[in-house]
Design a protein around this ligand. Sequence first.
Ligand SMILES: [Zn+2]
Length: 236
Amino acid sequence: MLPISLARTANGPCTCGVNPVQALRSWAAVLLLLVVTGGWASAQRTTRIHISDGFDFPVGKPSADGYYKARGMRLRPPVHFGEDWNGRGGGNTDLGDPVYAISNGIVVWAYDVKAGWGNVAIIRHAYRDPATGQVKHCDSLYGHLREMDVKVGQEVKRGDKIGTIGTNRGMYAAHLHFEIRHDLSVGMQRNSVPRDLTHWADPTTFIERYRRLNKEWGKQRVPVGTFKEYAGHRGL
Ligand SMILES: [Zn+2]
């Protein structure tokens, strides 16, 4: 004959030795934990920056004087996600020329990522679209810089020098590769979003459209922590 406690375990409903009420409580605790941590994981980090008062060209401040667009943006093959700006003198005559922030913003990327890029700076902007009155965000990217004068987390003003035109260690004739993205998640993963004008801006069209915006006091929130890791960096 079995001791009474063992007999009960063998014949009773199997709750794996756990009191059903206790089991329910611990499941409720797990569920609550999931809800709370899930909430943290999806909470978007933000920072506050000065809103744009207009956008200028990144070379030949402020209107690309002395430069020309050697190659435009193209979202169908052969794809070119931005514009290539060269000095009118040709060749490497523009090597070391200043590159400027196209508007107020915060530096969210400023690293030498080597490969076909070299030094890349990305600046995040907030601007009020006069058509809707809504505040929008965008990123501007400056590639193949010879020198970078900015650091991640640094606020910049429209027209601040952020670096100089480079060749990516002699890979190209000196030029600035320049992009504007509506989608703040792109970072260095350019194939992670659809190739359309919802996610990408034609830089010249964008600058001409938002050339002059009203000055505003105070700061606006922009999301940060939106990039995937690339070349060992995550950005701001
Ligand atoms: Zn290019």
